[in-house]
Every structure is written in C-alpha cells, then in structure tokens.
Design a protein around this ligand. Structure first.
Ligand SMILES: [Zn+2]
Length: 484
C-alpha cells in the first residue's frame, strides 16, 4: 500500500508542476485568422480554457455575448469551479451551463439578477453591464456604470465610442468581449500600461512554475525558487500577477508571501525505524479566513496553537511531520491537499473548532466515505477518525458527537486528498462549556498530545506498526484499545 501511496503522490506532484499541454493548444478557428482584430486575445483565452469555440472550428466572433456566457467566461478567468448548481434565479436551473458560475459570482458580489427574481441568462450583455462586471471581477472598486467605464478606459481595457460616449446600452460581440477579458487578465494586451509592480514578495516553495496565464493549462516561462524576490501587481482570482526580471506572469497566491521565508528547510530527525512515516498536520483557516469565533477566541489561532503542540510531539520522534501553515496566513484548500501530496503523507489531520451561535457543544471527527475517483482511503480514513475521536474524548470531557462519514464529511481536505485523512472538530468555540478547555493553553497542549497519540494508535492498530510502541512509553502513555 505504501508503494502505491507514493506513486499516487508522485503522479499528483508531476501533474501539478508539469505544464499540461492543453488540448486547445492547437485549436484553430476558421473564422479567427491571423488578421482578425481579436486573434491574439481569443487564442490566449482559449489556451487557458477560459473561452471556447461554438465548435472545434468556429469561434463566431461576431455573435453577441449573453449574460450567461459572460458569467461563464469571467468565472473561468477567475478560476471558479464550473460545476452546475442550483441558483436562486427562477430562470437559471441547475441544467444551465453557466449556473455554477452565476451562483458563485452572485455569492462573491460580482454579478446580480433583476428585482423580479430572474437573471435573464440569454439576454445580450450591454457594454455598461460588462464594465460593472469587469470592475467587480477584478476589484477595480467602481460600482456605477460611469465610473466603471471610465476605469476600463483609463486602464487601456476598453475604448470609448467615436462620439465620446462609452456606448453603455450597446451590446458586445464575442470577439470584443474576448479582447476586454484578455486585457483584464493580462496587462500585456492593454492599450496603455498603468499597473505598477512595486510590492515586494517572496516565493515560498521550490520549482514554482511562473506561467503566462492564471491557471495550470498555461505554459510556464521560468521555474522560481524558494526565497526568490518577485514584484506583485494585482490578482486574477486566486492567481497573482508578478514581475520577475522583466517578465510579467502568473503564480498561485499560495506560493508567494510578504515575509522572506527561511530558506533552510527543517530536517526532521532521521535514522529511526519510523522515519518512513509522515504525518501532515493541517491547522484550519488562517489569515483573512478566521474560521469560527466566540467567547473572545478565534478558530484560526486556537487550531494553529494546538497544531504546534501536536507537531512538537512528532518533532521528538523520528516520524516526519509537516504543517500546512505555521503562521497566521491564508492558504487555499487545494494548497493544503497539494502540500500533503508533495510531502507524501501517510496520515492527514485537519484541526478545527466548531461554532453554532452558542447553541451546541461537543466533539466530532469526519472522514470521506465515497470512493470513486476521489480519496480512495476510506477504511484508513475512518480508522484515523475513530482513533482521533477516542483520544479527544479521553482528553476533554465534552459531548460525543461521534465519527461521521461523507454527506456530512464532504470537505475538500478529505475528499481531494490522496492519503488517509480526518477532520476533527475539537469543540465549539462559542459554547460556554467547551470554551473552558479551548481557552486554556494547558488543555490545548493536552489536545495536541491526544491527536499525536491518536495518530500512533492508527499506525499501531490499523497499519500494524509495532515499532511505534516505544513512543507511547516515551510520552507516558499506552496504546488505545483496538477500535476500528
Ligand atoms: Zn473550521
């Protein structure tokens, strides 16, 4: 099994870092030739899967853009998931191709419908609507059509009409929309250069691909190394536009940070018989995502503290452990699972506290119980969740909400993982009862130790690792009963 874990992890790493040659790379539309006014912009967006033809040979650049199409194209540029979803609009059912984009963009405040509860996905988009949409999608700050349109003109994204107006009631053709969108994404297509690259940031990983567009379908130009200085300008969804030397390109937000990272990679103790085991500790939330809060405490800080305690126990053994974040920084969910795959974890534990308006209390552990193409380690994940729940209960005298499978455990860090994974809710941060433990540094240290021991229990009982036995002794503990 171990061999297979490594193989899966390896495949995942390779697929993240090797630029995929998109199927669209050789796309050629008979109606967008080398002399077409929007040729460069259309093929740039096609390369990243942001726009597509109406067929494999036709783009139909003169067709008008509908509101639904605009939502889908902007949504793809921002890297949103295109899965179809129910929406609140009476005329956008989950069978509508753009329903997922529309729903997510409404939630992000980028797009809105009409007062009568409709979205009108098949109505053609006006230039005024486009200006407001682009402003919200790229965070230019404007909310009115007049400010939004002058912002686009100032940035060299759109031009006015020959009569001096913006033509806000006019409709837009697909070719022209592609030009505006490509300019929004990539400053090299703009008619004037107003973006500055002044914010110094640092790469926090090795061999980071610096790409020509905001997703992994785009080819890369350079590999960046940990600690390397870059100049940041703006973001497109979860991707940052940065300058390296004189090249402008894209990296995922997770891989650059304001503080210069330490370039010495901590080397875990080696040589012990357990050094083939790796545990990934995932403190939930962080940075701009605080998680839940209550009783004057914030989840992101509490879980990082418990994670540090858990990690410090592993640091005293030859089992390797890595934390997905070690400071109060925002990291995405995909970053967490990619990180775990890269460090080839044998177990993944995501730490959280719960919240429900002060009305609930107790502890709960989750695992992902669907097989299919996502995390295949169902039995292992269940065992890890069981041993985690057991140790949490043993440590803090809180209500037992049980070990719960998918349906309930459909979290990205469980579902998209490539190793046995559990997500633990250590207690309710807004509960008057649970907070008596959560707020105490001594209790958090006990919880860190509990989750450390739970991982040992999993290795001992499920993986049959007799060689973890001395560790229990080292920390004054004994193995749990066999529970899975
Ligand atoms: Zn949480």
């Amino acid at each position: 099994m171990k061999k297979w874990i490594s193989l899966v992890a390896l495949i995942l790493v390779v697929s993240i870092f090797v630029p995929l040659k998109p199927a669209s790379a050789n796309t050629s539309f008979s109606d967008v030739g080398t002399t077409h006014r929007a040729q460069a912009e259309i093929y740039y967006l096609v390369q990243g899967g942001i726009v597509g033809g109406v067929s494999s040979t036709q783009f139909v650049p003169d067709k008008h853009v509908t509101r639904g199409e605009a939502a889908a194209m902007i949504g793809r540029a921002l890297g949103l998931n295109g899965e179809r979803l129910e929406t609140k609009f009476s005329d956008v059912s989950s069978s509508n191709f753009a329903s997922g984009y529309i729903k997510q963009m409404v939630e992000k405040g980028i797009i809105s419908g009409y007062p009568d509860g409709t979205f009108k996905p098949y109505t053609t988009l006006t230039r005024g609507q486009m200006a407001v949409l682009m402003n919200r999608a790229f965070n230019y700050g404007a909310n009115t059509v007049s400010v939004a349109s002058s912002t686009l003109m100032d940035k060299g994204i759109a031009q006015g009409m020959s009569d001096g107006t913006f033509g806000q009631e006019l409709t837009i053709k697909r070719g022209d929309f592609a030009v505006f969108l490509a300019r929004g994404v990539n400053t090299k297509f703009r008619t004037v250069q107003t973006e500055t690259f002044e914010q110094t940031m640092y790469v926090n990983t090795n061999d980071l691909y610096f790409r020509v567009g905001p997703n992994t379908s785009y080819p890369w130009m350079l590999k960046l190394q940990k600690g390397q200085e870059v100049k940041y300008s703006y973001a497109v969804g979860e991707w940052s536009v940065i300058k390296v030397d004189d090249l402008v390109g894209f990296v995922h937000n997770s891989y650059i940070q304001l503080q210069k990272p330490s370039t010495t990679i901590p080397t875990p103790p080696t040589g012990g018989t357990l050094s083939d085991l790796t545990v990934i500790i995932d403190p939930g939330h962080g940075g701009t995502d605080p998680g839940g809060s209550g009783n004057g405490f914030v989840e992101k800080n509490v879980v990082l503290n418990v994670a540090n305690h858990m990690n410090s126990y592993f640091a005293k053994t030859s089992i390797k452990s890595y934390m997905t974040r070690t400071s109060d920084t925002y990291i995405t969910l995909p970053f967490r699972t990619e990180f775990a795959a890269r460090y080839k974890g044998d177990a993944f534990v995501s730490l959280h506290t719960n919240a429900l308006n002060g009305t609930a209390n107790g502890q709960e552990s989750f695992y992902y119980a669907q097989t299919a193409s996502t995390n295949p380690y169902v039995k292992e994940s269940r065992a890890l969740a069981i041993y985690s729940q057991n140790r949490m209960q043993e440590t803090w005298n809180l209500t037992n909400r049980g070990v719960n499978p998918f349906g309930y455990g459909n979290f990205h860090v469980l579902r998209e993982n490539t190793m046995p994974a559990t997500l633990v809710e250590m207690g309710f941060i807004d509960s008057p009862k649970d907070i008596t433990y959560i707020k105490s540094e001594t209790e958090r240290q006990k919880m860190g130790k509990a989750l450390f021991l739970a991982t040992l229990d999993y290795f001992y009982h499920y993986k049959g690792r007799q060689d973890v036995l001395p560790l229990y002794k080292q920390f004054g503990a004994t193995p749990s009963k066999r529970l899975h």
